[in-house]
Design a protein around this ligand. Structure first.
Ligand SMILES: [Mg+2]
Length: 326
């Protein structure tokens, strides 16, 4: 059973409440607790040493990542973060300096994004250091964005550059809060998600939530420098890293980009591209494809379109090694 099948099984029959606007299955829960003009967003996320960061990762960076992952999910709803509580579990005798470093990194990021740390819990875990962050935020009642609203004909956009986050971005990323709020304020977004499982994986989540398909243009996918660097290294250079793939394969499949993927009516695409360039001149925004009425995920290059299978990126071989500049 994979992670998503497990989640589906565990969340099959959970209690709900009339105030729950969106429950399991979106980036955050959306709750109507009577706030004037706004809904409450509620989110939890955990990082585990040896999984999301390594014992040799600087503790401050791990602390940043723990908080920023939640911030990225608040961004995916076009929300504003508010406060968080932290649960920390460490093996007995775990270095106190490392825990302090973790909290320093976490606190600095909280300060930067105006998030209050309002409580927490410390316990022991015999095996590994792990931290769980629970966060609340808010979003305007008439402007929050779910995963579920993609419509056939929508243009698909992605912020930033994709792939190779294992070379550093997964610890250093800036959650796209300002960008998401600006997008929702000025454009009729139909659906949005943050990229934690890789472009192809998270796009499938959008597709499944709306019962639609999508077609990506290989040349339009913004491939990061890190993805290109990884592709140039010898296959056995990093046994702990994913098997050697083309830069395009990395951009499609690598996790933890923490960029925004969203869809909106195609008629808005040009206005959005122009407005983005003047508002965020240093950040990339790419129109990478469209939502289709027929299900399935296709990738189009100069040779035509191929269907991407859920776990089979080898289907298009090296189609992406020359996917265009930058
Ligand atoms: Mg998410």
């Amino acid at each position: 059973m994979n992670e998503f099948e497990l989640i589906a099984r565990l969340t099959r029959n959970l209690p709900s409440h009339p105030s729950v606007i969106a429950g399991p299955g979106d980036d955050c829960a959306v709750l109507d607790l009577g706030l004037p003009g706004r809904y409450l967003l509620f989110k939890t996320d955990a990082v585990v040493e040896g999984v999301h960061f390594l014992p040799e990762t600087p503790a401050e960076k791990a602390g940043h990542k723990a908080l920023a992952r939640c911030l990225s999910d608040i961004a995916a709803m076009a929300g504003t973060p508010h406060s968080a509580v932290i649960t920390l579990a460490a093996p007995a005798g775990y270095a106190t300096a490392r825990l302090e470093g973790f909290y320093a990194g976490l606190s600095e990021t909280a300060r930067r994004y105006e998030v209050a740390i309002v409580g927490g819990e410390t316990t022991t875990n015999p095996e590994r250091f792990l931290v769980s962050v629970a966060m609340v935020g808010t979003a305007p009642r008439d402007r929050w964005v779910s995963r579920t609203g993609a419509k056939p004909g929508d243009a698909l956009f992605v912020t930033g550059e994709l792939g190779g986050s294992i070379l550093g971005k997964h610890l250093d990323f800036a959650p796209r809060l300002a960008e998401a709020q600006w997008l929702a304020e000025h454009f009729p977004l139909h659906a949005m998600i943050d990229l934690s499982d890789g472009l192809a994986g998270d796009l499938r989540h959008l597709m499944q939530a709306a019962g639609v398909g999508a077609e990506l243009l290989a040349r339009a996918i913004p491939i990061s420098r890190a993805a290109r660097l990884l592709a140039r290294e010898p296959a056995d250079a990093h046994p702990d890293r994913p098997a050697k793939r083309s830069p395009l394969q990395a951009a499609l499949a690598d996790g933890e980009d923490f960029e925004l993927l969203f869809s909106l009516p195609a008629a808005e695409a040009v206005r959005l591209s122009d407005a983005w360039r003047s508002r965020f001149p240093k950040e990339r925004l790419s129109c990478i494809g469209r939502i289709t009425p027929e299900p399935g995920l296709r990738l189009r290059d100069h040779r035509g379109a191929v269907t991407l299978e859920a776990h089979g990126y080898t289907h298009f071989g090296d189609a992406g090694t020359d996917a265009g500049p930058g």
